[in-house]
Design a protein around this ligand. Structure first.
Ligand code: SF4
Length: 97
């Protein structure tokens, strides 16, 4: 058995990803701003928000996105604009679903 490296032992666990509700969903649903996403949809994050709303690891996912400065896509049920607001310490803005 090998000892974990310092980097490995201090890195936040990503085991929560194994329980992600989105693992069986086309990733384009979560990145509507990308060329393959539903960019012309009036509510481009609606489908992703519905999946996130039933996900058991929403908090872990959002924490990961904030720690890693994820600029695109829906993470933890939040849009990029919502995460930018949260990082500024402001309340999470409501958006149309
Ligand atoms: S909260 Fe949403 S994006 Fe994050 S793991 Fe769950 S389903 Fe996927």
């Amino acid at each position: 058995m090998t000892e974990p490296t310092p980097a490995a032992s201090s890195a936040p666990s990503t085991s929560w990803m194994e329980r992600a509700r989105c693992s069986a969903v086309d990733s384009a649903v979560f990145f509507p701003e990308c060329p393959t996403g539903p960019a012309n949809d009036r509510s481009p994050y609606a489908a992703a928000r519905a999946v996130c709303g039933r996900c058991p690891v929403t908090a872990e996912c959002l924490d990961y996105a904030l720690r890693n400065h994820e600029r695109y896509g829906m993470w933890g049920g939040t849009t990029p604009a919502q995460r930018r607001t949260m990082k500024r310490g402001e309340p999470r803005p409501k958006e149309a679903s």
